[in-house]
Structure formats: C-alpha cells, structure tokens
Design a protein. Structure first.
Length: 364
C-alpha cells in the first residue's frame, strides 16, 4: 500500500496539472510543447511540495521510516499545487508580464476605481432592489435566509452529529455567512462577463468592476448577518472584548482573497465553458474542508493544522471565531502569508483582465 501511495505521489500531481493545462489551453499546445510542459510540472510540483515539507520542519526522508501519513500529506499538498499551478502558468505564457506593464496597470486600477465607483454603488443598489421587488417580506429575507440555514446546520451538526463546540449556533453562523460571501462571489465571477454581454460589448467598463459590484452587494448582506451574530452573542452572553477589533483585518483579507480568485476565474470563464461546473464541484469540496459547520479539530493530526493553515477559508473562519468567541488573536504569520499571496493573485488577475479586455468583447 505504501509503495502504491509513493507512486501516486510521484506521478499523479504532475499529470493532473499537465492535463488541466491542456484543457485550459483548448488543445492549442503542440506535441513537443506538451512534453516540455509535462516535464515542467513534474519539476515544479515536486519542488513546491518539497519546499512546503522543508518549511514544515522536514529535513530529509529515510525510506525505512517513511509513514503512510507523511506520504498522504505529501500527496495532498501535491494535488492542491497541481490544481492551482496551471492557472498561473497559462497566464504567464499567455500574457507578457513586465515590470513596466505591472506598474502601468496598477496606476490604471486606482484611476478606474475613482472613475467607476459610482457605477459600482448604483449597480449594487439596483440588484438589491431587484431581489426584493416582488417579495412580501422585502429586505427581511436577507435576515431570514441566513438564520434558517443556521438553524438547519445547527440541528444537523449540533444535535444529530453531537458537536460539543461551545456557542455552536454562533460558531456555525459565522462560518456559514463567510462561506456564503466567498462562494457566491466566486460563482458569479466565473460567468460575470458572459452574463453581462450587453454591457461588455456596448460600453467600456473595466471587467473586474462587475465582480466588485457583486462583492459590494454580498458585503452588504454579510454585514447584516454579522449584525445578527453580534445580537446572538449578547443574547448568549458571550463577552465582547478588544479582540473584536481583529475582525477588521480578517474582513480585509477575505475581500482581497475573494477578489483575487474571482478575477482570475473571470478570465478563464470566458474561454472555458465548463469552468462554471468545475468551480461548483470544487466549491462543494472546499466547503467540507474549511470547517464551515464543525471545528477543524475533528480532523486527526497533522491534518487539522495543515488544513487550518494552508486553506485560507478555514484559517479566516477559525480566526474570526477565535476573535469573537474565544478571545484569541489570529496567527499573524499565517495571516500575512496569505495577505501577500492574495496581493500577488490580485495583481495577476488585474493584469490579465486589462491585457485581454479587447478580446473579451469579441468573444462575448
């Protein structure tokens, strides 16, 4: 069994990344380049997993003492890197990234934000009104919906599966509303350009503004839900301390990471029609690996720490719960690590959207 796991660890991640790359490029890769990309992913994925193992304290591996837990952890990390790496390799190959180009688009981003901020606000308001136009309960649905979902998941995971987490209803509610914000924006981002063809083809608008408008709409609902969470904390007599201030940088990281991933998927969503369904499956899997309804402590060691730190959604949810319910500070090392990654991803996403903005109108 250990031998089979070892073979899978060596071969499966590179071939997965290679196949994903060919899929994203729509068969545009020639025969010789296919071999080169396979070799590239073979080296890159194993360097990344070896680097992660080194960062985790591994200093050489003795085959005689190699455990199945270590191999599974190594395989899991390799599969995660294999899923993510092709997106960036495809972008780097497709877009000629230069330092001057990055600075140009960074300056342009701030200019466009000032120029189109009124559109973003008005669009978000219009969509909010549209949601409740023909509803008897009007805006109350923004309160009722998250509360109903909280009651359902609290009953299932709290009573049926017997969770012993203190203040479990608030615990679930915090995870649920953070996950809803992330998943709704990511799902929207994949098809944002396709679903707004009338705007994209007739009026110039930085395409990522479509995502920003949707994020503003969902942020409004997020803050309403967190207001409910604070009322619940007062009702259940959860002490409010200065740790509540840590939610500000945690919100900032959640917004930045969501925007970064959303812009990258927005680009590929124009060219890959099936990406919406692939992302839907990935989101379902990620939801159960992020501890939305349960504590990450339910995972055996070392997977609880691994998922809690290397999964940004799990880290943000755990940190938010620690700040609000358990009077704990976030792990700032992990926080700044994900903040830097999110900034890099956001720059790559913005650069790609700007670089391809003329092509989107033609394809759409």
């Amino acid at each position: 069994m250990l031998v089979l796991l070892g073979i899978a660890t060596i071969l499966l991640p590179p071939f997965l990344a290679w196949g994903e790359h060919l899929y994203l490029k729509h068969g545009e890769v020639s025969g010789k380049r296919k071999v080169l990309y396979l070799l590239l992913y073979f080296v890159l994925i194993h360097l990344m997993t070896a680097g992660a193992a080194y960062a985790g304290g591994a200093r050489g591996v003795a085959l005689k003492t190699l455990s199945s837990d270590y191999v599974i952890k190594h395989l899991g990390a390799g599969l995660v890197y294999a899923f993510i790496a092709p997106f960036f390799i495809c972008l780097m190959v497709e877009v000629n990234v230069t330092r001057e180009g990055i600075w140009k688009y960074v300056c342009r981003t701030f200019t466009d934000i000032r120029k189109y901020r009124q559109y973003v606000v008005r669009s978000a308001r219009a969509h909010l009104r549209e949601e409740v136009t023909n509803s008897y309960l009007d805006w109350l649905w923004w309160v009722i919906e998250p509360l109903c979902m909280m009651f359902i998941y609290t009953f299932v995971f709290g009573f049926v599966f017997g969770s012993e987490e203190p203040n479990f209803a608030i615990f679930v509610f915090i995870g649920l509303i953070m996950w809803t914000f992330f998943s709704k924006n990511i799902s929207y981002g994949v098809k944002a350009i396709e679903d707004n063809k009338s705007i994209v083809t007739r009026v110039y608008l930085p395409k990522y503004m479509l995502l920003v408008s949707q994020m503003l709409l969902n942020a409004f609902k997020l803050f309403i839900s967190f207001g409910i969470a604070f009322v619940m904390m007062l009702f259940f007599r959860v002490p409010l301390t200065y740790h509540i201030l840590w939610i500000i940088p945690l919100f900032a990281e959640l917004f930045l990471f969501t925007f970064a991933v959303g812009t990258i998927l927005m680009h590929f969503g124009v060219y890959v029609n099936d990406l919406f369904y692939i992302v839907g499956i990935a989101l379902n899997m990620l939801m159960y690996l992020s501890g939305v309804f349960y504590s990450m402590k339910r995972f055996p060691e070392p997977y609880d720490v691994l998922l809690g730190q290397f999964n940004p959604l799990a880290f943000l949810m755990n940190s938010m719960r620690d700040a609000l319910l358990y009077e704990k500070m976030p792990d700032w090392t992990v926080y700044f690590g994900w903040l830097c990654i999110s900034l890099v991803l956001a720059c790559i996403g913005l650069y790609t959207i700007y670089y391809n903005e003329n092509a989107y109108a033609k394809i759409s």
